[in-house]
Every structure is written in structure tokens, then in C-alpha cells.
Design a protein. Sequence first.
Length: 419
Amino acid sequence: MKRSKDQLPSNNDGNNKFESEETYKKIVKDLCEVSIDCESKNKKIAIGEVGIEFVGQINTQTIDGCKKKEGFAIGPSTFELHWKQPPKAVLITKSEYSEKAEKALEDIFDYLTNEKKTKVFVEPKVWNQLKWKNLSTFMVADDEQYDIPTFLSECEVGKCCDPPKGCFQRIKTLQNLHEIIDFVICLGGDGTMLHTASLFQLAVPPILGFNLGSLGFLASFDVEGYKKYIDQVFQGDVYLSPRMRLTCKIRRADGQISEERHQILNELVLDRGPSPFLTNLECYCNNTFITSVQADGIIVATPTGSTAYSMSAGGSICHPNVNCIMLTPICPHTLSFRPILLPDSTILTLRVPDEARGTAWTSFDGKCRQELKKGDAIIVTTSVWPVPLITKVDETSEWFRHLTGSFNWNAREQQKSFK
């Protein structure tokens, strides 16, 4: 049985994330194609202009014939990467505070342009600092703060030159960035990975993270072996872990919904800001009132963000392949308010009541801090654009290694026997 991209998922499909046919068609336009072959139990998703194809095993039960590699079963949240065409454009992001990241950028740039004949993009601020001749960048159509250098004068603005010549690529908005990038290389730690994901507010290309930071929950590859890992990406011999994101939108007291949407990978935070009063919020799930929040604030986290601020506030630790929405109070003024996990299909609304003593302040993955006044609300849903991280096949072992290595999870002197 196959479902074509023109068919709208029905309730029988168990998919309630598409609110309307128009929304679904918009998603399909970005993802290009969605098909499910029930007989072979293969799931195929093609995304982006280049036509990247994720092929993963839908393991509804453990049976013989389950796809395995190196002794590990590939579960429903892990995909293989296959290219319909070789990658032609790579974005490299790097930490601002690491000299090692800049040296790695230079080495990887040389390898991609000379060996892979690939165009390399960096962010405008990085390009403005380096200005290497063959290094490309992108510019929003109405953003004129970066000068186009003389060596690009023969390059037509708005079109990419053939590799390895550098150029400026104009895009309508930052949301169009995924249309010119095939995959991303991130040089830094988890903070750099969060920043990289935030560049893509719609579809996200696969991200290969080299850990040059402290923890490395998201960036798990060693930069010393960059040639081997990049070769594997070009060959399609890698696995993808689509990390769930949340979509946040603000509804003002007059009913107007902001056009701005925030795609977050870690967490949404609502707190009291500079106010001396408790944060007072009304919590609704699927338009049903659930509870009132009286605390310093509340965290709405993804499974990926469960080991960040949410964990520090006493929230549960959740494996990144378990899709859910985590609700963690910050210093609640009650003994019974415990962190809870909600289904990923939940529409969560947090509203500042009219009778609240003060306002609330919100931030999205630690950025874009803004005030919510009385009557304002923020609506949170599961995003239809996850972040596909290039990962090692045994992601669970790697995840537990980070838990024990970075946080000393459940570290205790072993109880002695009676002998």
C-alpha cells in the first residue's frame, strides 16, 4: 500500500498533525514526497531541492528480517541517508570562541572544494571576517550590510557560480536557506548546534556535528576524522536521527496571532523576568484548561532539551527518540507540581491571566526574549520540520555515554556484598 503526496492523511492513519489540506500540501511541497510501503515496511521521505531520501525501517515489532548493521536494530526513529544527486552546496557553521574551530573550518573548506568540488557557504558574519576567495555566503534580499568584494564582480548576484568559485547567494528570507544548502557541517558544541538549527525555520538539511565544545550531546563526531565522516556523508553511508522541534506562536490579548514562528530544538521558557511576583499562567491542553502555574516560571522542552535547562529544574531525562512535550515548573510554589510528559500531538497554550499581578517573559532556545502582557498567550505544537542529525548507528549507547561521562548519571560507590 502506498500513499501518494496528493492524498491527505485521514484519522485512520493515526496522523493528526496536519490541520488542513492546505497545511498538508504546504508540508508536502517542502518535503517533496511522502510514501509508505507497508509490504516492505520501508519508510521513504525525500526533502529539499536536491532530493535527499531518508530510508528507514518501520519496526512495528521485532521480527526476523529487521534491518540490522553491526548488531544494532534500526528503529522507527532512525533513517539511512541516500542522495538522489551528489551534494553541491555545504554550509559550515562554527563556534565564535574556538580557535580550533577556525582551523578546522580552513581544513574542511580545502577538502570540500579541492577533493569534493563542492561550494562551501558560511554565515555572513563569518565570511565578513575571513573573506577567502572561494568562500561563499548568503544574503537576505534586503540586507545590504555586507559589501560584495571586487573579486565577485563578474559573478551575477542571485545565482551561484560553479564550484569552487565563491559568490554571494541572495535569498528572499532566511526561511529560504534550505533551498540552497544540501547539508551542514557544524564545528562547535551543543550551543553552536542550536544556533545552526535556528538558521532553518522550515525544512532542515542533514547536520554533521563535530564536537569542539564541552558536552557534545548533539555534536558527537571527532573532528580529527573529518575526511572519513565527510566521505561517508557523500556516499550516503550514514544514519539520521530526526530530532523533534516545537513550533511556538504568540497570540496577543486582542486575538491577533503574530506572524512570527519560532522553531525550537531545546526549550521554551516563560518566567517572571524582573517582576518580584510569581509567574501566574493558565495552562490549556487541546483547548481544555488543565491547571494554573504559580512559580518562578515554566519550561516547555523537547526530548533533546531534556538534558538542558529542564533537567536543571528537576525535569525528567528523556531519550531523544521518544517524541513528547515536557512540562517542567521552575521553583513552583507548591509541593505537588511535578514535571509531566505530554503526547507530541498536544496543542499546548500558556496564557497570562487578566488578573495576574505582573507580566511574563519568554525566550526560545535562550534567544528572542520578549514580554507577554496580561491576556497574551503562547501556543506550542510539535513542529513538522524536525532537525535531522547525522548520527552513529548505536545512538542509544552514545547517549548513555554522554549521560554518564558528562553528568556522572547514577554514579555511586557499589554496595559491598556480605562476604
